[in-house]
Design a protein around this ligand. Structure first.
Ligand SMILES: Cc1ncc(COP(=O)(O)O)c(C=O)c1O
Length: 469
């Protein structure tokens, strides 16, 4: 383990405040508190510049699947850096790790998803899926198929188009979006089903009907694809009703709409499989998008994997001489691809998918014990993708007012106790490294429980006691 460097914690804090613009930032709040500067990771733990150690409950940001400090990945990166860090990957230039990784991904991905386009992360990989869909339909003589259907509360990225695909309304104020390309249908939220719907089966019918109606209203000739996360991540760790994805895929097929499975979070073991779409949700998508866990975050990499059918349409010669003019300097980045190969190798050697299949149910079971706390409305998710939803009133599911920042309060309490959780509105989201054992899981759940109790005590002191308490 490398020695912890002596950092000038205060200097770094100030340099960060003076010169950095962080993503997803409430500038007023950040100016008051500044950033926690993280300096080292080992396994499922991270240390900040002041030497505090935390259990990393969020896997960096849903990506540190094999944990930090893994020699195999570091060596793969340094070996490739020595050989050739990157070279143009445009047109007819390639490199060994990119070719080998594409072959591995084609083996691991479902069905005939055999063709890989590389980018640098999830947003660029989803953006690529959208551009591929347009180009594919244009090549097929169907240029009017241009609209993307996505879901409320979805998160598909932060580029101009993917932020429009995303359905989290709180993230919209102040920005402009290419909305003419996007139509949104409802997310599948089994905790908050619409009034009058009594079962998940009925809810599934409702959601599929809504999609069918949307396609009919937009005109199937105008719809290019449907984007869906197998389990919605940042939108609330929402598990759709049984059969939902398969039926949405069937509806897509009926209308010549491509089904894009956004597996940026759900792939590479988080749900106990390399890819979740087919193994868990019975769907072979037309396009599968992944990133994050593909390298466990050791290098930035995104992959858009398309079926034989899509590739055939994409690669047809065009009468106007147009070519597939899309790509990035770091497409097929040799070091990133080498790290991804090492990551997959390590996951296979340590059977991390099997491990998650064994420990995942225990994690959920332990987390469900927090359901006894008076502000815990729901505990949900699957395997290593879990969340606790906090509510003011468990009977009515009334959320806390936004100004109370309930998730952030719990996160602050957890950090003070050595655990990092991700606050998203009223949610505490957990997506740790897949290497956790049952003792680590017990610790996470114990700290989270104590943190929620501490927040309840604070709320009571402030006179905002939960309705059901
Ligand atoms: C489901 C999903 N898609 C896409 C993205 C965007 O990925 P990136 O931040 O790597 O661009 C994310 C990021 O969290 C995600 O959760």
């Amino acid at each position: 383990m490398p020695a912890l460097k002596n950092y000038d914690a205060r200097g770094l804090h100030q340099a960060d405040l003076d010169h950095c613009i962080h993503p997803w930032t409430d500038f007023a709040e950040w100016t008051r508190s500044g950033s926690t500067i993280m300096v080292r990771g080992e396994g499922a733990y991270v240390w900040d510049a002041e030497g505090n150690r935390f259990i990393d409950g969020i896997g960096g940001l849903w990506f540190a699947n094999v944990g930090f400090g893994r020699r195999e990945l570091i060596e793969a990166a340094t070996d490739q850096l020595g050989a050739l860090p990157q070279y143009s990957y445009f047109t007819n230039l390639g490199n060994p790790p990119a070719a080998e990784l594409a072959a591995r991904l084609a083996e691991l991905a479902p069905g005939d998803l055999n063709h890989v386009f590389y980018s640098t992360g999830g947003s660029a990989a989803n953006e690529t899926a959208a551009r591929i869909a347009h180009y594919y339909f244009d090549n097929l003589g169907k240029p009017s198929k241009r609209i993307f259907i996505s879901r409320g509360n979805a998160y598909h990225g932060s580029t101009f188009l993917t932020s429009a695909l995303s359905g989290k309304m709180g993230e919209k104020p102040g920005f402009r979006f290419p909305d003419e390309f996007v139509h949104r249908v409802s997310e599948a939220n089994c905790y908050r089903m619409p009034d009058g719907i009594g079962s998940e089966a009925e809810y599934c019918d409702f959601l599929v009907d809504e999609f069918e109606r949307a396609v009919a209203e937009l005109g199937a000739d105008n719809v290019a694809c449907f984007f869906a996360e197998p389990i919605m991540g940042a939108g609330g760790v929402l598990v759709a009703p049984k059969g939902y994805h398969r039926r949405m895929k069937q509806a897509c097929e009926a209308h010549d709409v491509l089904y894009v499975s956004d597996e940026v979070v759900t792939a590479f073991g988080r749900l106990g499989r390399f890819f979740a779409s087919e193994d868990l949700f019975d769907v072979v998508p037309d396009i599968l998008v992944t990133a994050k866990g593909i390298t466990s975050g050791y290098m930035p990499l995104g992959a858009t994997i398309v079926s034989d059918k899509v590739f055939e349409g994409l690669s047809r010669p065009r009468a106007d001489g147009g070519i597939f003019s899309h790509g990035f300097t770091y497409s097929g980045h040799a070091v990133a691809c080498a790290v991804a190969l090492a990551n997959i190798g390590l996951m296979e050697r340590e059977d991390l998918c099997g491990r998650v299949r064994r420990t995942g149910p225990y994690f959920l079971e332990r987390l469900e014990t927090l359901g006894e706390l008076p502000i815990v409305g729901d505990v949900r998710g699957s395997h290593f993708m879990l969340c606790v939803e906090l509510v003011r009133d468990r009977e009515t599911k009334e959320p806390f007012p936004e100004a109370i920042a309930i998730g952030k309060r719990v996160d602050d309490q957890a950090q003070a106790r050595g655990l990092i959780v991700r606050p998203i509105g009223n949610l505490c989201v957990l997506s740790p490294a897949l290497i956790l054992d049952t003792d680590d899981i017990d610790r996470i759940v114990a700290i989270l429980g104590e943190s929620i109790e501490a927040v309840i005590a604070d709320l009571e002191r402030e006179g905002i006691a939960p309705a059901a308490a």
